[in-house]
Design a protein around this ligand. Structure first.
Ligand code: 5GP
Ligand code: MN
Length: 342
């Protein structure tokens, strides 16, 4: 890409580097961050990964996890370290997000910092804040872009097992285990190379997918049995999870992840949603089949965005009113026969 050579030159001498990623990091956010960190550390840079919030326990196996700082404005000591690291960095890498608003208060610190910024991302509509941009919505995962960048910089020899497994985790999850339409020939080629660098794909898959707590399994069982609502005429199915439900099932970070996909897995369902009542408002996950663009619904009505078939947003309305709003929107769109935005 255009900025590869310039970045390579910038990295010619040891730099102070901060890597950050989006709120509630998923396997692509954390895997691309820690994979990149692993490479930069090998190159002699001083690297700090900072996440805007905590992330699920099934990601804690990645090398470098213990050195990640989680942004927490309630903890003055943590905030002091973060503020000085962000202010003093030569380079700040922003991975798997492209709007600084997606990283909460950390976004303001990053915006204020004089450091040069590097954006590596595959989401739509990037904000213009970085000097080095590696942005491609055609990429299935940010981890894929990190891999491509290392190859383009002629640095792929430095990819070891730990880096390969972190990057593989991002690609595996963002392609829904190589089932989504973003799973290209290139994705498989990259994965082939990562296996060549030592990635144990069975191990990574087990660590991420076969690590459910009994509480999460019970929550899933309950959600499918009692919570799932199916609206056949709208070809839609959704979950609506209240704060009390989360408490009842002792829900931890990551426990709700992936559940929306069960709604989409049903015969006749083209749009799936999950509404979750959180402290900061109702968080929404949308999924859809190929021809329907849920990111448009997320952006237009729910202050969000994302990919065509996997998007998200938020709402300040109550849980019930948010669900009603969603159903009203779908009915209106159906009436207008706007098939693509439906
Ligand atoms: P998930 O449903 O797994 O939380 O998110 C799916 C995708 O939707 C994410 O990869 C991200 O691209 C996008 N997304 C989720 N929540 C938001 C949000 O609040 N704002 C934006 N812009 N995108 C979101
Ligand atoms: Mn991603």
């Amino acid at each position: 890409m255009e900025h590869t050579q310039a970045l390579k030159e910038k990295l010619n001498i040891p730099r102070k580097i901060v890597i950050t990623t989006h709120h509630k990091p998923d396997a692509d956010a954390l895997g691309s961050s820690l994979g990149l960190a692993g490479y930069l550390i090998k190159r002699g840079h001083e690297v700090q990964v900072i996440t805007p919030s905590d992330y699920p326990g099934f990601l804690h196996w990645m090398k470098g996890n213990d050195d990640v700082i989680i942004y927490d404005e309630e903890d003055a000591k943590v905030m002091k370290v973060i503020t000085s690291k962000v202010a003093e960095a030569d380079l700040i890498f922003c991975l798997d997000f492209s709007c600084l608003s997606r990283i909460n208060g950390l976004g303001e610190l990053v915006e204020k910092s004089d450091s040069e910024k590097v954006l590596i991302d595959h989401h739509q509509n990037p904000q213009d804040f970085a000097q080095y941009v590696f942005w491609d919505t055609g990429a299935a995962a940010t981890a894929e872009l990190v891999y491509d960048l290392l190859v383009d910089m002629d640095e792929s020899d430095l990819i070891d097992t730990d880096i390969a497994e972190a990057l593989y985790a991002g690609i595996m999850t963002d392609t829904g285990s190589f089932r989504h339409s973003n799973t290209t020939k290139h994705v498989h080629e990259v994965v082939g190379q990562l296996i060549g660098h030592g990635a144990d794909i069975n191990k990574v898959s087990r660590l991420i997918y076969d690590n459910n707590s009994p509480e999460r399994m019970k929550f899933l069982g309950w959600a499918l049995y009692e919570n799932l609502t199916i609206i056949p005429d709208l070809e839609t199915a959704y979950f609506s999870i209240s704060a009390d439900d989360l408490t009842r099932f002792k829900s931890k970070t990551g426990d709700t992840e992936g559940i929306v996909n069960y709604a989409l897995s049903m015969e006749g369902v083209k749009i799936a949603a999950m509404f979750t009542e959180r402290e900061e408002g109702v968080k929404i996950s949308f999924r859809s089949v190929t021809e329907i663009a849920v990111n448009e619904i997320a952006a237009e009505y729910f202050n969000g965005g994302g990919h065509k078939n996997a998007a998200g947003g938020k709402s300040d309305l109550s849980l019930e009113d948010t669900v009603d709003k969603f159903l009203t929107i779908l009915r209106e769109h159906k009436k207008e026969k706007l098939k693509t935005t439906y």
